[in-house]
Design a protein around this ligand. Structure first.
Ligand code: ADP
Ligand code: MG
Length: 720
């Protein structure tokens, strides 16, 4: 018996739908569908254009379309193999005839009565012998239900067929349309009118049962807006970090000694950034600022400015970098500068001896060190500060959110300043960092050269080596980067798992092609012994200890080494003005932003510099991606293109590191790259909503508040 319900509504459990027994219920639960409402929020992934009707004369070979055909004669079943039946009949329209063939559907014989007309949807085959269709979808014309021209195709799971999903969906749609227990409109009418959005019930009907393509656009606009608007609202309402009041506001603000100690004057963008930093630190609230700027734009000095403000107010400061090389370079650059002003600077990195570390740790607790620079070693529990006022995190996307906040928690009132060289398109910055203030350094220090970039394949190898020689003979130095996963440094992330650098910044995106990785060690040996025996070559990789890396980097920086072969460990930091040539092997394995950062290692002096991407990748997408680099030197536009090509998922991972789980961005129907305008609109509307009704307590926002809560709860959203 049909277990039809007297009353159904949005909360009707899926088990109570027609045909859903224990097994199918389990399959639905697996898809996250528990109720009618869940079901209708399972959107089609595509539509079959069954309304695309052709005649037997029009349909081309291989075309997927519908034919309206009348059965010409009785269908015949034949047993073609054990357990395999074939049903065959012919049918006609005004233009000609078509043979129809079905396998293992013997019941078709009884359906296909002579003289009856059906709509057959499928792939048309046109041969010399005639037109045919194999196993098309067959629907009787003139039945009780009018034939639909667009039929949704759902993402499924084992145990549920399209047809069954379709019938459940029809019931679920009915249920949620119920006057009494159905879905309630949660967007205030004023908002809907302002944006011209259709009602929620209409949107759901249109997405599941569109009559024409335009219906789907109307539906998608409303449903995508909902997702983005809820996302924006949850960020605004729950995503904000509390602005804590600093009980002892800083009193000293004289930055002249710092600024006049610099060998150069700040660029306009740097000036704006340090002014923002100063006003944050003066505000009486804790700073939470991100500095975004292209490689070499001069972020470090802005961070040093913040350190200076903390120090002159009697606080300690800490600066954490993702690699030892970078930490050591910051230490080399900054310890002298602060030393001259009478402040004690320390270094804390993993490769130091236990006793050296102990000494630094003790000095921090006793406030014998004012400013410490280091790596992840700084987060260890043993590291305690006497009075930490500022935490600076360089290359912030290399760290997990937990790591960042653990560092900041080492003080009771800690200003936080993070830096990122991955330029973030504005739209994403808005989404990712809506609880953070962002300063953008969009201006390079004077005298920087444009780095000419070329993409070559293996056939250029000889010419490439000649080009290297030419550069060295002209007084330049060369980086050769080759990806080598097994060489990578591992570090521990917040959940205790170890992760390699390339996992922290996924390289390569979703390329199908498996890269042919060069064994970096062999390659380095080959270069130094066979190709360039006349030059001094060195090899740095993640497994070298800090001292050794340091030694090699110093040798390179002082010009004693001409060719530095490395894995990606030089990606960050290091500043060598005489380096004029960057060669990246297997370039297709790197993300665009990573390549752009690598390129930023050269072109730091006055000489003309080049970046050569070597890749044998044949995939169109990989080549297109690398072409972008050849055409642009602007990190922001590269990031925007990267975003467009790779989609937000990959991109967010790359720039957000482990900050926010990608699930939080699991936008079903909205897609950030396509709906940028809608995203802005959603944020504007959310801001307006929150400004007018911060607690969502107004009468007109009641259903909205309820729906927002239930969605956050359902998705197990960390923001809730
Ligand atoms: P990034 O933003 O990549 O961290 P850095 O802070 O390492 O860049 O700066 C790159 C180089 O530019 C450093 O050698 C630094 O001394 C130099 N620099 C920074 N600001 C200026 C400036 N305003 N004028 C000239 N050189 C600058
Ligand atoms: Mg830097």
């Amino acid at each position: 018996m049909r277990k039809h319900l007297l009353q159904t509504g949005k909360d009707t459990p899926i088990e109570r739908f027609y045909g859903v027994g224990a097994k199918r219920a389990e399959a639905f639960h697996k898809m996250g569908i528990e109720t009618a409402e869940d079901a209708v929020y399972r959107f089609p992934r595509a539509y079959e254009p069954r309304g695309n009707v052709k005649t037997t004369a029009q349909a081309e070979d291989g075309e997927i379309c519908s034919l309206l055909l009348t059965v010409a004669g009785e269908a015949k079943n034949a047993m073609i193999r054990k357990g395999m039946t074939l049903t065959k009949f012919s049918a006609f329209d005004n233009d000609g005839t078509c043979s129809l063939i079905f396998f293992n559907q013997p019941y078709i014989k009884d359906m296909a009565r002579k003289g009856m007309t059906f709509r057959f949807f499928g792939k048309v085959k046109r041969e010399r012998t005639g037109v045919s269709m194999t196993s098309p979808i067959m629907e009787a014309v003139g039945g009780a239900q009018p034939l639909r021209s667009l039929v949704p195709i759902y993402p499924l799971t084992a145990g549920i067929t399209q047809k069954f999903m379709g019938s459940v969906m029809r019931e679920a749609l009915n249920a949620v349309q119920s006057e009494t227990d159905g879905l309630e409109e949660f967007l205030p009418e004023s908002l809907r009118n302002r944006l011209g959005l259709c009602g929620i019930k209409d949107a759901l009907s249109l997405i599941h049962e569109p009559r024409v393509w335009e219906d789907t656009s109307v539906a998608i606009r409303r449903l995508a807006f909902d997702e983005l608007y809820f996302f924006a609202l949850s960020m605004l309402l729950y995503g904000k970090t509390e602005k804590f009041h600093v009980t002892n506001p800083y009193r000293n603000w004289d930055d002249t000694p710092f600024l006049s100690s610099l060998p150069y004057s700040l660029t306009g963008a740097q000036m704006r950034t340090v002014q923002a930093v100063a006003s944050d630190m003066k505000s009486g609230n804790l700073m939470n600022r991100l500095i975004v700027g292209d490689v070499g734009s001069g972020k470090t000095v802005c961070a040093a400015y913040a350190v200076y403000l903390a120090l002159i107010n009697g606080k300690q400061a800490v600066m954490m970098a993702p690699t030892e090389i970078l930490a050591r370079q910051h230490y080399a650059d900054l310890s002298g500068m602060f030393g001259k002003m009478g402040y004690r600077t320390g270094l804390l990195v993993g490769s130091m001896t236990a006793s050296a570390k102990k000494k630094v740790i003790a000095a921090l607790a006793e406030k014998e060190i004012d400013f410490v620079i280091g790596t992840h070693a700084l987060i260890e529990d043993t590291v305690v500060f006497a009075d930490l006022g500022l935490a600076v995190i360089d290359e912030q996307h290399r760290f997990g959110a937990g790591q960042r906040s653990n560092l900041a928690k080492k003080g009771s009132e800690t200003h936080i300043l993070t830096m990122s060289a991955t330029p973030i398109p504005r739209t994403l910055a808005m989404v990712l960092y809506c609880d953070t203030d962002v300063s953008v350094i969009d201006e390079m220090p004077p005298g920087r050269q444009k780095v000419d970039t070329f993409l070559v394949n293996e056939s250029y190898r000889t010419r490439l080596y000649a080009f290297i020689r030419k550069n060295i003979e002209a007084g330049g130095q060369v980086y050769i980067v080759c990806p080598a996963v097994e060489e990578e440094e591992k570090f521990v992330c917040e959940n205790g798992e170890t992760m390699t650098e390339s996992e922290a910044i996924p390289i390569g995106g979703r390329e199908e092609e498996k890269p042919r990785l060069k064994a970096a060690v062999d390659f380095a040996k080959h270069l130094s012994e066979e190709v360039f025996p006349e030059y001094s070559c060195a090899f740095v990789h993640g497994k070298l200890n800090g001292k050794e890396k340091d030694r090699i980097m110093n040798e390179f920086a002082s010009g004693n080494i001409s060719i530095l072969v490395s894995t990606t460990v030089i990606e960050v930091g290091v500043n060598v003005p005489r380096a004029t040539l960057m060669i990246v092997e297997n370039a297709e394995t790197f993300g665009l932003s990573a390549l752009h950062q690598l390129r930023g290692r050269v072109g730091r002096g006055t000489r003309k510099s080049y970046c050569i991407l070597v890749s044998d990748s044949k995939t169109q997408k990989a080549r297109e991606r690398m072409k972008i680099l050849c055409e642009s030197n602007d990190g922001f536009s590269i990031a925007q293109k990267d975003l467009e090509m790779r989609g937000p998922g990959d991109f967010l991972e790359q720039i957000g590191g482990k900050t926010r789980q990608s699930g939080e961005f699991d936008l079903g129907i909205a897609s950030l790259e396509k709906d940028v305008k809608l995203l802005y609109t959603a944020f504007d509307e959310a801001k307006r909503t929150v400004a007018e009704d911060p607690a969502l307590s107004l009468e007109e926002n009641q259903i909205l508040a309820k729906t927002l809560k239930s969605r956050l709860y359902k998705r197990g959203n960390a923001l809730a």
